[in-house]
Design a protein around this ligand. Structure first.
Ligand SMILES: [Zn+2]
Length: 245
């Protein structure tokens, strides 16, 4: 049998030259609908598969992803953008601030007065998903340096942290709803603690062949570096926006 798409000889279910299915017939209404359902289902499966894996065995499934087990997974940056957007919309829907709103307004209050809050900070607050996306390279630089020599390059750290940050957005979403309906001081700090613990768990599973204590210290170093770097960048940004006023 020859492939109907490219003409190569086909054995098995797919053409090994172009990847088309070997058993394509004429297009009918039912084949069109079947294809549509298959396409949607394919996306769904990848999405829920990744979601489930990242809750049950995050570091291990990310390691498998880096090692080449990719087909079943939802793409890391799409995953991050999806959940950052969901978190942002959800917090606005229940009338809560995102952690970034709180952080930025806290930072502005610490300065002179609120009216002088640089426009760029308001932009960060209002564009949560983009801001998280911009912070990933910074966080990844921190984790790349902290896990220097552990066998992952910078781009691999970007992938790891995209998944981690996507999952943290889910954690924040859950706490945003809890905070709305239960309330209390507990929900101010707890989400951040859970999110950081989640990231440490990922590193713990991802680098499971090293010294456990070292992995823990390197994870903590990641956060220290991240704080220093992002604070430094923030100060530079504010400085520039003051000069250009
Ligand atoms: Zn073919």
């Amino acid at each position: 049998m020859n492939c109907k798409n490219c003409g190569h000889i086909v054995e098995g279910e797919y053409c090994n030259h172009c990847g088309q299915k070997s058993n394509v017939g004429r297009i009918t209404l039912s084949s069109l609908l079947n294809e549509l359902i298959e396409d949607i289902f394919q996306i769904d499966r990848g999405f829920f598969y990744t979601l489930f894996q990242l809750f049950t065995r995050p570091g291990k499934s990310i390691r498998e992803y880096l090692n080449g087990k990719r087909r079943k997974h939802f793409k890391p940056i799409a995953y991050l953008i999806t959940f950052s957007t969901i978190y942002f919309i959800m917090s606005k829907m229940v009338g809560q601030n995102t952690w970034m709103d709180d952080l930025i307004s806290g930072f502005a209050e610490g300065g002179s007065n609120e009216e002088e809050m640089p426009e760029i900070l308001t932009w960060f607050s209002k564009n949560y998903a983009y801001t998280t996306l911009l912070l990933i390279p910074v966080f990844s630089f921190a984790s790349f340096i902290s896990f220097w020599g552990a066998g992952k390059n910078y781009i691999e750290h970007l992938v790891v942290n995209s998944y981690v940050t996507g999952q943290q957005a889910i954690i924040y979403s859950i706490f945003t709803v809890l905070k709305k309906f239960i309330g209390g001081e507990l929900f101010e700090l707890l989400p951040v603690v859970v999110a950081v613990c989640y990231a440490i768990l990922v590193f713990w599973q991802l680098f499971d062949n090293g010294n456990r204590m070292k992995i823990l210290l390197r994870s903590l170093l990641t956060y220290v570096l991240y704080l220093i770097l992002s604070l430094g960048i923030l100060i530079v940004i504010i400085g520039i926006s003051e000069i250009t006023k």
